[in-house]
Design a binder for this molecule. Structure first.
Ligand code: NAP
Length: 269
């Protein structure tokens, strides 16, 4: 059996196990490959992950709050993981190899290359690092807004782009929400209130924009809903999740990921 896992805390909500199992089924390899969710506290991460490698696991996805630690425990890291400064994909092939598919996954989810676009990234946390890295690499002009402005400045100093405090929603070709605003604390939609935590205004969205909301849940986020209703091309967090998962799948199995089966699984789980 080739064993895989997603490691995080909390992890019970993760759709990655359903997504990867659907991929194994679609390719007829479900009897050889498995994928499970493993909850780990930060203080256990290094020791327990190294034990997985010793126990014959092939690899793992790593999510909040372990992405930086995943890079630190790796014996080797790809340029992508090193440049982003975090890893979401580990492979255990004799040594622990760290990779990052969050940035490539975002790019794969976009309708076209963001090269030449004026882009606004909301947030300066872990997800934002991969987004800023990916957009800059493709040649977008990146502006970073964050609630805590010092963190936006620190991220721009480290990776590039410009930190901004005042923005005009309509002026961007691409807007990516990489904050956790919109994560549902309750099942009910918040009726548009989430936008108040962000600098964008609903009436600023228009039909020549691409708007990505990394946050996903059972309902569309207020941001995605406001942008979609004004004609923007909206990419939701599940679509980005599918593409980062597909890139990880390719790294571990060497097989072409069955995107449609993976997409169906995350939307139904
Ligand atoms: P993180 O490192 O904890 O960063 C959280 C970010 O959200 C920070 O920039 C923080 O600003 C901001 N924020 C939190 N509460 C806010 C509020 N009330 N108002 C304004 N800003 C607020 O988290 P992360 O790992 O970057 O993840 C961010 C989101 O992306 C999560 O919802 C995660 O599930 C999602 N995500 C999705 C995918 C996908 O594949 N779809 C992949 C990765 C992450 P401060 O610096 O001011 O605290």
């Amino acid at each position: 059996m080739f064993r895989l896992a997603v490691i995080g805390q909390p992890i019970a909500h993760s759709r990655s196990p359903a997504m990867h199992r659907a991929a194994f089924e679609a390719l007829g390899i479900v009897d050889e490959w498995s994928y499970e969710a493993i909850e780990m506290a930060p203080e256990q991460f290094a020791e327990r992950t190294e034990a997985l490698a010793d126990a014959g696991y092939v690899g793992a996805n790593v999510t909040v709050p372990h992405k930086r630690a995943a890079l630190e425990i790796a014996e080797r890291a790809t340029d992508v993981a090193r440049e982003i400064g975090a890893a979401n994909t580990l492979s255990f092939a004799g040594q622990i190899v760290a990779d990052n598919t969050d940035g490539p996954g975002l790019l794969a989810a976009l309708p076209k290359s963001p090269g030449g676009m004026r882009a606004l990234v909301l947030g300066a946390g872990g997800a934002s690092r991969a987004v800023v890295w990916a957009l800059l690499r493709e040649g977008a002009a990146v502006e970073i807004w964050n609630r805590t402005s010092t963190r936006a400045r620190a991220l721009a100093d480290e990776l590039g782009g410009a930190a901004v405090e005042e923005i005009s929603t309509s002026e961007y070709d691409l807007i990516v929400n990489a904050t956790s605003v919109g994560l549902q604390a309750s099942p009910a939609p918040s009726g548009g209130d989430d936008l108040k935590a962000l600098p964008v205004v609903a009436d600023g969205f228009h039909d020549r924009q691409v708007v990505v909301d990394l946050v996903y849940g059972s309902d569309e986020t207020d941001l995605a809903s406001a942008a979609r209703s004004r004609g923007a091309n909206v990419i939701d967090g599940l679509e980005v999740l599918v593409h980062q998962g597909a890139e990880s799948f390719r790294i571990w199995t060497g097989l072409a990921p069955p995107l449609e089966a993976m997409r169906r699984a995350v939307r139904e789980s």
